[in-house]
Design a protein around this ligand. Sequence first.
Ligand code: C5P
Length: 222
Amino acid sequence: KKGLQVAIDGPASAGKSTVAKVVAKRFNYIYVDTGAMYRVVTLKAIEEHLKLDDEIKILDLLKKINIEFKPGNPVQHVYVDGHEVTNQIRSENVTNNVSTVAALPAIRKELVKRQQQIAADGGVVMDGRDIGTTVLPNAEVKIFLIASVTERAERRYLENKKNGINVTLTDLKREIETRDYKDSHRKISPLKKAKDAIEIDTTSMTIDQVVDEISNLISKKI
Ligand code: C5P
């Protein structure tokens, strides 16, 4: 085995991807952003003008596309059939619709299968909503990252400002709360802390502190 399976779950904008990427690098593991996969399906469905609850048509579309990741800084690059969609999948339109597509059981089934294939050999840090509960129930390290809504909205606000994106703090808070509500209340594998996950509240922690805490947990298991 190449290494452990590390699952990092939590609500929207809790810093999962930022932390997961650094941790993966530290252990020379691969990093898999499962949210990006749901975002890609949503983007493609919007582009094809499909109804976002049309499970059969969206599954058809998903079966035909290949989703790839390539390392990059500060964000990893995402490709669909060779075309880069790194920025498009973060648009407000995709963000506001992704929870609808992610609630479709057939879409989850197909993406979970792909995620399990990627993680099969270990040496992976995977972030999402259902990694510890559903995708990798036997992961050796399971983390549940949380932070207050205000803190998460403020982090997103600062990040947006750097990237020239203009969304008010109030709108960000509302978007985060709406998405969390939808993700925690769907029927299939809702956002939920796995019984054996360790919860870390990052509200008053720095990225380095969170990375160190998770790294220590991994080191103990190696
Ligand atoms: O992590 P990110 O915020 O990019 O995820 C986007 C959306 O994808 C989430 O709000 C959720 O609806 C969905 N998602 C999911 N299961 C995962 C990862 C993401 O349902 N494992």
